[in-house]
Unconditional design. Structure first.
Length: 290
């Protein structure tokens, strides 16, 4: 596996977008802001992406930042805008996010071409964006149609890998179709929801089948749906960890050029999993994140 001079291997740089305010974590915004600042100052900061915030909560976020205890010299808070209401939310959200550094936009839509046009029109050129369509529109020929629209744009795809109900979790074949469709086109993507842990597992409390983020990382280099589905189905953490250790620098680059990030309501859980698998040196995490 590619190594770096810091504690976080290149494979995991910027992988964990901070979705603390979203279900099932539901951390209050006023608590999420200082927690995120602590993540950005911690030994594992290289693994942490922006703080994700829905359009309807940007007022709360502005109040939390204004009333927070930021120290002199702290950089502006990097925020990823999550816009479930589609393109109509884009302009107002960008205006409301003026106090922050907009680190990205995630736009949900039912019309990929319309979303691309609005992003082209309103988004500053240095701000990355991802476009999410409902999973029912990404089945059969619909998947190819959407990915073909996005591959001709500067924007990533976004795919929902879980939620709070069992039907929110795609099976291996459905996720593999998305991953390999993107891989064949050289289209980057991010995932959201359900990837709190490194290895595929059944949640003992809910019975939900969760994909593992290591499974997704390793499947990201596959272009054959059957091969990707087999990687996604692997439940042996030792097998996945061994494969990760054997990755070449080129493979790491290919993987991370494809699978750019995922939203997680806990930063501690994925780091703990990596440490338990021997892929990260254990180090104390902030108490409030446990």
């Amino acid at each position: 596996m590619s190594s770096t001079t810091g504690p976080i291997p290149e494979l995991f740089h910027g992988l964990f977008d901070d979705a603390a305010v979203f279900p099932p974590g539901n951390l209050p915004v006023a608590e999420a802001v200082p927690a995120h600042r602590a993540h950005r100052a911690a030994w594992y900061a290289e693994a942490v992406g922006p703080l994700l915030c829905g359009a309807s909560r940007l007022g709360e976020l502005a109040a939390a930042v204004a009333g927070g205890a930021a120290t002199a010299g702290d950089p502006p808070l990097g925020v990823g805008l999550v816009l479930p209401g589609g393109s109509a939310e884009l302009g107002p959200a960008l205006a409301a996010a003026a106090p922050f550094r907009v680190a990205g936009v995630e736009l949900a839509t039912r019309d990929a071409a319309e979303a691309v046009a609005e992003l082209d029109r309103l988004l500053p050129p240095d701000v990355p964006a991802a476009v999410e369509l409902p999973r029912e529109l990404l089945r059969g020929d619909g998947l190819d149609e959407v990915l073909d629209v996005l591959v001709d744009s500067p924007y990533r795809a976004k795919f929902r890998t879980g939620g709070v109900v069992p039907e929110a979790f795609p099976d291996e074949a459905e996720l593999a179709a998305f991953l390999t469709g993107c891989a064949r086109r050289g289209l980057p993507y991010k995932c959201t929801a359900g990837l709190h842990h490194a290895v595929r597992h059944t949640d003992p409390a809910t019975g939900f089948e969760h994909h593992g983020f290591l499974n997704v990382l390793l499947a990201a280099q596959e272009t054959d749906p059957a091969a990707a589905a087999a990687v996604l189905a692997e439940r042996d953490g030792a097998v996945l960890a061994k494969t990760v250790r054997e990755l070449t620098d080129r493979q790491v680059t290919v993987i991370r050029n494809s699978f750019t990030a995922f939203g997680t309501c806990s930063i501690a859980e994925p780091l703990d999993d990596l440490a338990a698998l021997g892929l990260l040196s254990p180090s104390p995490l902030p108490q409030e994140d446990r």
